[in-house]
Structures are given as C-alpha cells and as structure tokens.
Design a binder for this molecule. Structure first.
Ligand code: ZN
Ligand code: ZN
Ligand code: ZN
Ligand code: ZN
Length: 383
C-alpha cells in the first residue's frame, strides 16, 4: 500500500520581507517617490513605523517639510493624491493650486470660478472683530481708501456654524466646556495662523518649481509614448486611451520620472490586451449598440437614453437630479460629494427663460433674458 506523501505546511503569509536586511530595505525605500512611501506606509504597521522612524526618507523624496497638526503621510496624500475639484467636485489628479485656501481645481475655468465666486470679502476691521473669522486664513488687499480681507466662503460658513454650535452647547449645558467655547478655539486658530500662512507660502513656491519640472518630464514622456506608438503602428490617441498606459504616464509624470524601454516592455502586453477589447478606441453603448468615443459616452447616455438610464447600464453611475442641464454621470461617492459641494445651500432659483417651450426640440440654451426675448420676437413673432 503506497504511503500518502506528507505535504509541507504552507506559511500563513509571505515572509520574504522578514529576511531582508534593514539597510537594503531602507535603501529601496529611499528610492521611492513620496506618493509611493505613503502607499507603502499604508500596507502594514511595520512599514509605517519603519518609514516614520527614518525621516530622511522624505527628504530624499523632495517634499516640503510638514508643520502643524498633519502627519507627513496626510500631507503628501493631500498634495499628490488628487481629490474632488473644490468647485464642481469632479475627481482630479491635479495639485491644490491655492494652498492657504485649500483649493483644488479640475480646470482653469474652475480655478477662475473658485477665486471669484467662492470667496468672502470683508473689510479688515469687520473681519477681525468677529470671533469666528478672526482665526481664518485670509489674503489682504490694501487700497488707499480701505483694506479688504478675503477668505474661502466655505471656511467662513463652517467657522460660523462651529461657533454657533459651541455657543449652544455651552448655553444648554449651562457650564463652560473648556476648549469648546468659541473664544477658546478661535484663539487656537489665531495662534497657529502665522505658521499655516508660512507653510502655505512655501508650498506655493514649491509648486511653481515642481510644475516647471513636471512640464519638462511630461513632454519627454509624451515623446516616448509617441515613439512607441510609431514603433507598434498604433494611433497615439488610442495608446493614451488604454487605462494602463494612462496610469503609467500619470504616475511617472507625478513622480517626475522618465518612462524607460524596460517599463514599456513590462506593461506592453497588458496595454495591447486592453486595446484589443476596444477595437477602434471607442466604446459601444450597451443600449443602442452604437459606437461612441470614450469621452462622448456620458453625453450620448444623456442625449439618447436619459429616461432609460438605470444603475445597470451606466455601470452604477447616475445623473444629478438637481442639475437637469448637466450631462455628467457620477459614481455614488461622486454624487454624494457633488451634492455636498453644490447643493448644500438653498437650491438655485429656477430659470425658465433658459429653454424655449415653443421650439419643439428645446435644444437651445439661452445665455441671457435679453437673448431669449430677442428669440421670442424673431422666431415666434411675439411683441
Ligand atoms: Zn472643476
Ligand atoms: Zn445609446
Ligand atoms: Zn447637482
Ligand atoms: Zn423658441
């Protein structure tokens, strides 16, 4: 009778890193970009403590030092990790463009809107007289007739809400909660303000240098992609459309590293596999079987199937019901974020003049009341 062979017991986890000498491991870590370090730190407690115990790792990663209450990881994640646009809540990989006000924009249009419509203006005297605005980060404009402070509208609203809540608690409980009375936390904010302003200024300077280098690197990486596309006889735009290629270019640009032939050969099979799935660089609409460019799919869904769109055929994405003119599809989190940012206040007043009820397709959106009046006169012969 043959004996059953005893199999060796499998280890409960991969212990390869356990045998790695410390100096070799740290040597590898020191070559990582700041964003890589953050992700490494998130993988396990031992990695996190190792990285925290060796602060020089961040130095070699060329990031500005932290100050204030944030950890280095939180800081790097904020700068490099992307996030929702502060105006339209669209997810973006761009750096914050205004560090003092913590604004991040997805486009130059949103940047302009943020710096005009999302600001709270107030005379300097008034600004410093109110307990809750006193400690807020602000910019100052000095004119011969008046000095104006301005701050992010959202921050002002939040500070007011905070102050009100704290006052109510204090009143309700009829005792003073230390640190919760408005004057207490406002003085704390006021005390840390110079430090905040200083580090925001440093970051703003750092951002200029970083973006200059970013431009050079991204141009070189683009040239590399163009060369590879020529070699393999694919359209450059198609190659850029492949998700893996996009991720690679984004990550290398962010870390200011050049794409190399080695990286390319490692990822090329996966990229071409992805390209095979979409033969012409286009997506097929699951409802009407028409091919649409990947950028145009959202608009097509909106134009052709707005009423049929359910969670299933938009891959779990949905339109915002309070933005009837918007063609954007949001993920569940995206929609929540958008609703928080755009619809937290009272809903915007209805603007019935934007569309003409007499035109059968109602396609035209009028930009002004005058424009609509002119249209009514000329097209429909109204007085
Ligand atoms: Zn935006
Ligand atoms: Zn369709
Ligand atoms: Zn909306
Ligand atoms: Zn009309």
């Amino acid at each position: 009778m043959p004996r059953t062979k005893k199999l060796p017991v499998a280890p409960p986890s991969f212990h390869v890193f356990g045998d790695l000498p410390l100096d070799v491991g740290l040597g590898i870590f020191s070559l990582c970009s700041p964003f890589d370090l953050v992700q490494l730190a998130a993988t396990s407690k031992s990695n996190r403590t190792l990285i925290q115990a060796h602060a020089y790792l961040w130095e070699s990663a060329h990031v500005i030092e932290t100050s204030g209450n944030y950890s280095q990881e939180a800081y790097v994640l904020w700068v490099f990790g992307g996030g929702p646009c502060s105006h339209c809540a669209k997810p973006t990989t761009s750096l914050p463009f205004h560090f003092l006000f913590r604004f991040r924009a997805c486009s130059s249009r949103c940047e302009k809107i943020l710096m005009s419509e999302h600001l709270y203006f107030c005379s300097a005297g008034q600004f410093d007289a109110l307990a809750y605005t006193k400690g807020l980060p602000r910019l100052t404009e000095v004119n011969p007739w008046m000095t104006t402070h301005y701050a992010p509208l959202k921050a002002v609203k939040n500070a007011k809400h905070e102050a009100n809540a704290a006052t109510q608690i204090t009143k309700f409980k009829n005792f003073s909660l230390r640190g919760h009375r408005p004057p207490a936390f406002c003085t704390f904010k006021r005390r840390t303000l110079p430090e905040l302003e200083e580090s925001a200024n440093e970051l703003q300077d750092w951002r200029d240098l970083y973006l200059a280098e970013f431009l050079v690197v991204s141009e070189a990486n683009n040239a590399f992609v163009v060369k590879m596309a020529k070699d393999k006889q694919v359209k450059v735009t198609r190659l850029h459309d492949a998700p893996t290629m996009k991720q690679l270019v984004d990550a290398f640009n962010r870390d200011l590293e050049l794409l190399t032939p080695h990286v390319w050969t490692q990822h090329a099979p996966k990229i071409f596999e992805e390209l095979k799935d979409r033969p012409s660089g286009k997506n097929r609409c699951t409802l009407c079987n028409r091919t649409v460019s990947s950028l145009g799919l959202e608009a097509h869904m909106f134009d052709s199937h707005k009423n049929q769109v359910s969670d299933m055929n938009t891959k779990g994405k949905a339109h915002c019901k309070d933005c009837p003119d918007s063609k954007r599809l949001y993920t569940r989190e995206g929609l929540e974020e958008h609703r928080r940012v755009c619809h937290s206040g009272p809903l915007p007043p209805p603007q019935p003049w934007k569309r003409c009820p007499l035109c059968p397709t109602r396609e035209r959106r009028f930009k002004s009341v005058e424009g609509r009046a002119m249209h009514d006169r000329v097209v429909h012969g109204m007085p």
